[in-house]
Design a protein around this ligand. Structure first.
Ligand SMILES: CNC(=O)COc1cccc(Nc2cc(Cl)ccn2)c1
Length: 340
């Protein structure tokens, strides 16, 4: 009996305050397992005189049951505590407002690019894209730009060692489109272009969109209608345009296009946007030069067409009243997400 009391006291001491399921499992093995201390007592019953075995067996089994009930109670408590601890740890207060994520914003230049492409699609133009690393033929020669034309100068154009270059406009994409699709054709070519003469108000990389339409009997009226439709759609309001005679090697006749100042319509001589002129230059256009049609594999006796080019960054700055071009290239999210 003394031995049983010691065992009981020892078990109670060991299980006191135990909350860890692993420790409880070890205790079950240590006392009640196959090689457990209580189990081994039962095995030693055989050593007792026969008449003492029933009584001894009962007492030992009573102890076994007692320890088992203590152990199962303690396991139940431990499981409960573990569950409560887990609930507390993993508790999610679903009534909290969501953390949310700031909505992204479309970059102003891309927005204008999409607007223009959308409108031009409505006028029957497909969008064509092409390589930014170009060769001399597609970027200059095919555009009737003579070998020693200043546009080819190193101060304007980025050249690679192998003579390739960073395209200075998106016209090469139109050349490639004519060569691959032939006439009739209507393509809009937006994209990045590169100029070497960068300075505080000019970025070496900027964006342009050019358009080309080649069919059998195209007039300058068609060109003016197309441009004015596009510009009025980009600025979401009818805008007057004016055309000034100009020169480009790839168009004849050539014109530069101004639109009425979107801020003052010519009413404010002190206007910051148009410097009081009432007009904003947005690009150039003209009837495609026959040499360029030929370079595009198109017969100028059968087809004629028009083309234009305009800067998207400048349009975006006007449309969104941006003061400076640089934030457009710095990728500063706080600026881009600020609704400008
Ligand atoms: C920002 N761009 C400007 O101020 C002026 O750009 C222009 C003006 C006139 C024509 C074109 N493009 C062009 C393309 C081909 Cl394939 C044939 C003829 N012309 C681009």
């Amino acid at each position: 009996d003394l031995q049983l009391d010691d065992l009981r006291a020892q078990f109670r001491a060991e299980i006191e305050g135990v909350g860890d399921m692993e420790v409880l499992k070890d205790l079950r093995v240590k006392y009640l397992g196959k090689k457990g201390q209580v189990t081994s007592l039962l095995k030693s019953l055989g050593k007792l005189p026969a008449e003492e075995r029933p009584q001894a067996g009962k007492v030992i089994n009573d102890l076994k049951e007692e320890l088992e009930s203590i152990l199962s109670d303690r396991c139940a408590v431990a499981e409960e505590e573990a569950l409560t601890a887990m609930e507390l740890r993993d508790f999610v207060d679903v009534t909290q407002p969501g953390r949310g994520r700031p909505a992204g914003g479309v970059h102003p230049v891309m927005q204008v690019m999409y607007d223009a492409a959308e409108i031009l699609a409505g006028l029957g133009f497909s969008v064509a894209l092409g390589p930014e690393i170009e060769d001399d033929f597609h970027n200059f020669e095919a555009l009737n730009i003579p070998p020693h034309h200043p546009a080819r100068d190193m101060q304007d154009t980025f050249y690679f060692d192998d003579g390739k270059l960073l395209r200075t406009h998106t016209s090469p994409v139109q050349i490639r489109s004519m060569l691959s699709m032939g006439a009739p054709i209507r393509v809009a070519c937006p994209g990045k272009v590169y100029r070497r003469d960068s300075d505080p108000t000019h970025s070496p990389m900027f964006h342009q969109i050019e358009g080309l339409l080649v069919e059998e009997d195209v007039s300058i009226g068609d060109l003016k209608g197309c441009l004015e439709t596009m510009i009025s759609a980009i600025f979401a309001r009818p805008l007057k345009a004016r055309y000034r005679a100009s020169y480009f090697p790839f168009t004849e006749p050539s014109m530069e296009v101004d639109i009425e100042c979107i801020a003052c319509s010519g009413e404010n001589p002190g206007c910051r946007i148009c410097k009081g002129t009432g007009w904003l230059e947005i690009g150039g256009m003209g009837m495609v030069h026959p040499n360029v049609l030929r370079a595009g594999g198109i017969d100028p006796e059968k087809f004629n067409g028009f083309a234009w080019g305009m800067g998207l960054d400048r349009i975006a700055m006007l449309k969104y009243d941006l003061r400076d071009l640089r934030p457009l290239f710095e990728g500063d999210l706080s600026y881009l997400l600020s609704g400008r």
